[in-house]
Design a protein around this ligand. Structure first.
Ligand SMILES: [Zn+2]
Length: 199
């Protein structure tokens, strides 16, 4: 591959990633972190490809400002903790991170920022297909990832009941019980085709 071809292909990857992230309503700062594009460039992509699109069912909003950072949002209810655990598991499956024996996640060492962004998008898309009415937005997914790999405020705790692992606050009192076992025991985990019982 010639140098110019390689540059063109790398540029195209960044552009595709920016479009993919705008579709997930990622914030400009998050798109910048993954693509290296300027704010102005992202604004132009948004204006060219997304403004006025979608109609009532598919409006793409553009978010500015800082990404949300509150880890208790991932663990303060069993359904949210379950979805955070599913999403964090998908980060691992999609190669965005690796897990050590203590349940601490580290970022994928070989991934540059573009391929990391692609892997996070892939994980988020799989999560959305598993949870059609998701509790976590792309920005929350981004925050979840960084709380796992950077600050390590969240980790994969072991469940005594099923021996699986689940996302937990590293500094909280832990009952070593995963949200899957918790929901099963309280019979709130729906069977396939059965609506969620909110009683
Ligand atoms: Zn369990």
């Amino acid at each position: 591959m010639r140098v110019t071809d390689h540059r063109y292909s790398a540029e195209l990857d960044k552009f595709d990633l920016a479009v993919r992230m705008i579709r997930h309503e990622a914030r400009t700062g998050t798109i910048r972190a993954c693509t290296g594009f300027s704010e102005d460039r992202i604004r132009k992509i948004y204006a060219t490809y997304f403004r006025g699109t979608g109609g009532s069912s598919g409006i793409i909003r553009r978010h500015r400002g800082k990404s949300p950072r509150r880890i208790h949002q991932f663990v303060n209810s069993t359904p949210r903790q379950l979805e955070a655990t599913v999403l964090a598991g998908l980060f691992l499956l999609c190669g965005a991170g690796a897990l050590d024996a203590a349940g601490r996640m580290s970022r994928a060492a070989e991934a540059d920022r573009v391929s990391l962004g692609q892997r996070l998008c892939q994980a988020f898309e799989a999560y959305r297909s598993l949870h059609p009415d998701p509790r976590l937005s792309f920005e929350w997914a981004w925050n979840l990832y960084h709380s796992l790999v950077d600050s390590h405020e969240l980790y994969f705790a072991p469940c005594d009941a099923c021996t699986g692992r689940y996302v937990q606050d590293a500094y909280a009192l832990d009952y070593r019980r995963c949200p899957f076992c918790e929901m099963r025991d309280h019979r709130t985990l729906p069977m396939p085709g059965q609506p969620l019982d909110h009683r």
